[in-house]
Design a protein around this ligand. Structure first.
Ligand SMILES: Cc1cc2nc3c(=O)[nH]c(=O)nc-3n(C[C@H](O)[C@H](O)[C@H](O)COP(=O)(O)OP(=O)(O)OC[C@H]3O[C@@H](n4cnc5c(N)ncnc54)[C@H](O)[C@@H]3O)c2cc1C
Length: 472
């Protein structure tokens, strides 16, 4: 049997690594071009493939009532390398799937290096890939190197958009005062690999909270430059921006005090709670949950040491700012992620306008499967829109409906998004056994369960269909 020509992939991050795996698994050779360590990005610190640049969490692993948990499950069923490596190197994190970042990245790198159909080249692709490469996937992420970013902009006529994401600080465990803080997961949820006591909780009374908010508001921030004056992505707001939106906002966001009780003072209800999540397998580093910030580094240390339990905190890494690069995909890409003006090029990962590690890997998984199908002479089959994979792809390639004042039917003001049930086709709320309609929270939860059941059933059909096609 003659082997098909290789698919080239530029970028060995979450998306590029997953795409390479899917293509090689289908029996098609891959050449993966990764610029690290030849050239660094502003955020990566290693030369490992699939490096996690900030948090070590893949977020909720609840496949029944959480859309990213459902996406985890769909990817597992589709043979995802990212999920297999994440599962193999998880660290306790309540209901979330968090991983030891170094072991995770090492596992992805080793699996790809060991695959006979994968060639890894450590080099920067400093411009558009040459035409004679044929089918190529661009998975260069939010920190695409400038030469390639400019070339993509030149080709598409669309300039990339930059906006803030913010990194949360990481604290050394042995500098946390466990005489004040205590370990507990919210509502004692154990989740995968957890114990129900996976987070470190730092309680605040009303006075401490008010003083903390004052300090946050007064703290010196990194100054805005012109390119930074773009809207924040709501899922990743810096805490001082949340505080600016209202003094109570943090108490209803990352500092909410619900589902947690200090065992030493069970009768005292904290006014607010700061949570830290384990960041490495050793348990020596802890990540301040939801504390993305653009405060200046000196200010961060001063202000965060006001938090009870963190008075002597030593920071392994302070929070920071970073940019994001993404396409106006609904306009530029076709239904299988190919660039309309040059279909040889396919895009994957965060550059397509998804948001998050898992979503980036999921779009890599899809791009890989589509490219492999084409290389084998088959028509790529997109997943059903009822699945999390299909919902995410729909967001990227379908975009949202035009709002008033925009050109009718034209996707505009496209914003990156995490997977969420709002992207799925609606479903009738199930009724009780005796046919009564559900209400309130019960109705919401049961709808999510029904969407998840529908998604997994449709995913299994899609996977068996593509497997049958491959066997023909
Ligand atoms: C600073 C920062 C923090 C983030 N924090 C989180 C978080 O906590 N949780 C979360 O879920 N998501 C986070 N994200 C968003 C996103 O999930 C990650 O960026 C994710 O890694 C995106 O996956 P990707 O594969 O698209 O890109 P990446 O994982 O960034 O992979 C792209 C790869 O392409 C390489 N590359 C770039 N240009 C070239 C070129 N010209 N030639 C060759 N190689 C090239 C890069 O070196 C990199 O390895 C963060 C993003 C940033 C920038």
């Amino acid at each position: 049997m003659t082997q098909s020509p290789p698919v080239h992939i530029v970028g060995g991050g979450l998306a590029g690594s997953e795409a390479a795996w899917q293509i090689a698994k289908a029996g098609v050779p891959v050449i993966l071009h990764e610029m690290r360590p030849v050239r660094a990005t502003e955020a990566h610190q290693t030369d490992g493939l699939a490096e996690l640049v900030c948090s070590n969490s893949f977020r909720s692993d609840d496949r029944e009532t959480n859309a990213v948990g459902l996406l985890h499950e769909e990817m597992r069923r589709a043979g995802s390398l990212i999920m297999a490596s994440g599962d193999a190197h998880q660290v306790p994190a309540g209901g979330a799937l968090a991983v030891d970042r170094d072991n995770f990245s090492a596992a992805v790198t080793a699996a790809l290096e060991a695959h006979p159909l994968v060639t890894i080249r450590r080099e920067e692709v400093d411009g558009l890939p040459p035409e004679d490469w044929g089918a190529t996937i661009l998975a260069t992420g939010p920190l695409t190197a400038p030469g390639l970013a400019a070339a993509i902009g030149g080709l598409t006529g669309e300039t990339e958009l930059a906006f803030f994401d913010a990194i949360a600080p990481i604290v050394h465990f042995d500098s946390i005062d466990m005489g004040i803080a205590w370990k507990q997961s919210r509502y004692d949820k154990a989740g995968p690999g957890g114990t129900g006591a996976d987070y470190i909780n730092c309680p605040m009374n009303r006075e401490e909270y008010e003083a903390f908010i004052d300090a946050l508001l007064a703290g010196e921030k990194t100054s805005f430059k012109n390119w930074e004056k773009t809207p924040y992505f709501d899922g990743c707001l810096p805490i001082e921006v949340m505080a600016e939106r209202g003094r109570e906002t943090l108490r209803f966001g990352p500092m909410k005090p619900v589902g947690l009780t200090d065992p030493r003072h069970p009768d005292v209800k904290p006014h607010a709670i700061v949570q830290l999540r384990q960041d490495n397998a050793f348990g020596t580093l802890w990540n301040m949950v939801g504390f993305q910030t653009k405060l200046k580094h000196g200010e961060q240390a001063r202000v965060f040491r006001m938090i009870p339990g963190l008075g002597q905190a030593e920071f392994a890494r302070l929070g920071g700012l970073h940019r994001n690069t993404y396409l106006n995909s609904p306009k530029l890409l076709d239904a299988t992620l190919r660039l309309k003006v040059r279909p040889q090029l396919r895009f994957a990962g965060q550059i397509t306008g998804c948001e998050g590690y898992v979503e980036s890997a999921a779009v890599g998984l899809l791009a890989g499967r589509f490219a492999a199908a084409e290389a084998l002479g088959r028509a790529p089959a997109p997943p059903p829109v009822t699945t999390a994979l299909g919902a995410l792809l729909g967001h990227i390639t379908g975009g949202h409906l035009a709002v008033e004042g925009e050109e009718a039917g034209t996707p505009r003001s496209f914003q990156p998004m995490n997977v969420n049930f709002g992207l799925f086709p609606p479903i009738e709320a199930p009724t009780t056994k005796d046919g009564k309609r559900l209400r309130g929270n019960e109705k919401t939860v049961e709808k999510k369960r029904a969407m998840s059941r529908r998604a997994l059933a449709d995913l299994d059909l899609w996977l068996s269909g593509t497997a049958a096609q491959a066997a023909e």
